[in-house]
Structures are given as structure tokens and as C-alpha cells.
Design a protein around this ligand. Structure first.
Ligand code: HEC
Ligand code: HEC
Length: 162
């Protein structure tokens, strides 16, 4: 029970970061609507995520980039598009958040321990989704972070259509 609560707290705290820095780099304000949705979501369980495995993988990556946290992501990692121009230190938090937002493990998008591989179509889809959200927020919400992965996915890789 405690573990689940921690897991969700993790997702909740990850979101404002994702929303502000990745979905819309120019945005300065916090998205209260998104944050509100996430608090509601915090009572749901997230059976698909192996949090021990996630935490270990994240710790490994942090160790690997030690001393290069402030370098650009594309310098430190290999296949970077979405995080281009951002600090490398942003990547571990973004990856951890993605598992919570979709309710999946790292290996849903990655070949284990071959993080730079582009083999899994889900990794490509995730990038498309980031661009989609950027477009929706720019075109329909005056550049504010109103729509996030959570808006549709809510801890489910396949959002129900109705
Ligand atoms: C929903 C899909 C998704 C999930 C889940 C996910 N990732 Fe990623 N990951 C990506 C995408 C997309 C990129 C490329 C980011 C970019 O283009 O800037 C990436 C890039 C990376 C990279 C950089 C690899 C390189 O050198 O190019 C690492 C390391 C990484 N992920 C680790 C993880 C770990 C660890 C987890 C689990 C905690 C995880 N990812 C979960 C989609 C995902
Ligand atoms: C407007 C709603 C919406 C938003 C916002 C959204 N998605 Fe999706 N996403 C979908 C739908 C619908 C599918 C198709 C699911 C299916 O095929 O069952 C999907 C599919 C995916 C898939 C592929 C799943 C699979 O197994 O093939 C990934 C990965 C994904 N989304 C990641 C993301 C990420 C990461 C974000 C945030 C950057 C995001 N999505 C935001 C609606 C959305």
C-alpha cells in the first residue's frame, strides 16, 4: 500500500517538471489543471510497473552520467530528439515519469540495457506523442501546458476510446 502511494507521489511530482520543461520549453506557469488530474489519479493502483527495476535502471543512468549532468543531452546520450538542447540531467526524471504516465516498464519502449536502440516502435510513437502534445498546446491553448500524456493515458498504454 505504502509502496503504491510512493509510486504515485513520484508520478505526481514528476509531472510539473515534464509539463514545464519538455512539453513547452517556453512556458513559465504551472499547469493547475494537469496537477489536479494527477492528484485524483494518485488513488489508482499501477500494477504494470516494476518500481524496483525502474529505480535500479534510473540509478544506473545517473551514475553513468555523473559529472556530465549539465552537458547537453545529445552530447551525453546517443539518440536524442525530444530532449535536444536540454541538460542531460533531465533525462532520468523524464524516463521515470513516462513509466508512471503510461503504467509500463522501461522495456515497453526500450530493449533492456540497449537504451539508445531505436528498435521498439513504441519508442518512436512516444516521440510522436511529445510532438502531438506540443502542437495541441501551441495551437489550441496559447502555448500553455494544458494537455499532457496523462490527459489521455492515465497510467494505461492504450487509452480507452470510450
Ligand atoms: C513511453 C516510452 C518510454 C519509456 C517507458 C521509457 N523510455 Fe527511455 N526513451 C524514450 C524515448 C522516446 C527516448 C528518446 C528521447 C529523445 O528523443 O530525446 C528515450 C531515451 C532514453 C535514454 C537515452 C539513450 C541514448 O543514449 O540515446 C535512456 C538511457 C533511457 N531512455 C532510459 C530509460 C529508462 C531507464 C526507462 C525506465 C525507467 C525508460 N527509458 C522508459 C522512451 C521511453
Ligand atoms: C490525445 C490523447 C493522447 C495523448 C495526449 C497522448 N497519447 Fe499516447 N496514445 C493515444 C492513443 C489513442 C494511442 C493508441 C493506443 C492504442 O493503440 O490502443 C496512444 C498510443 C501511445 C503509445 C503506443 C502504445 C502501443 O502499445 O502501441 C505510446 C508509447 C504513447 N501513446 C505514448 C504517449 C506519451 C509519451 C504521451 C505524452 C508525451 C502521450 N502518449 C500522449 C492517445 C494519447
Amino acid at each position: 500500500m505504502m509502496k503504491r502511494a510512493m509510486c504515485w507521489a513520484f508520478v505526481v511530482f514528476s509531472i510539473p517538471w515534464l509539463a514545464n520543461d519538455v512539453f513547452n520549453p517556453g512556458a513559465r506557469t504551472r499547469n493547475d489543471v494537469t496537477t489536479g488530474n494527477l492528484v485524483l489519479g494518485a488513488t489508482q493502483s499501477q500494477p504494470g510497473v516494476n518500481s524496483a527495476e525502474r529505480d535500479e535502471a534510473i540509478a544506473d543512468i545517473k551514475k553513468r552520467i555523473a559529472g556530465h549532468e549539465d552537458d547537453l543531452a545529445e552530447k551525453v546520450f546517443k539518440n536524442i530528439e525530444i530532449l535536444k538542447g536540454k541538460k542531460a540531467s533531465r533525462l532520468p526524471g523524464m524516463m521515470a515519469a513516462l513509466t508512471g504516465l503510461l503504467g509500463v516498464n522501461c522495456t515497453y519502449c526500450h530493449v533492456k540495457d540497449k537504451w539508445d536502440s531505436e528498435e521498439k516502435p513504441t519508442k518512436q510513437t512516444a516521440r510522436k506523442m511529445f510532438r502531438m502534445i506540443g502542437g495541441i498546446n501551441d495551437n489550441y491553448f496559447e502555448g500553455q501546458n494544458k494537455v499532457s500524456c496523462w490527459t489521455c493515458h492515465r497510467g494505461n498504454p492504450h487509452p480507452p476510446i470510450q
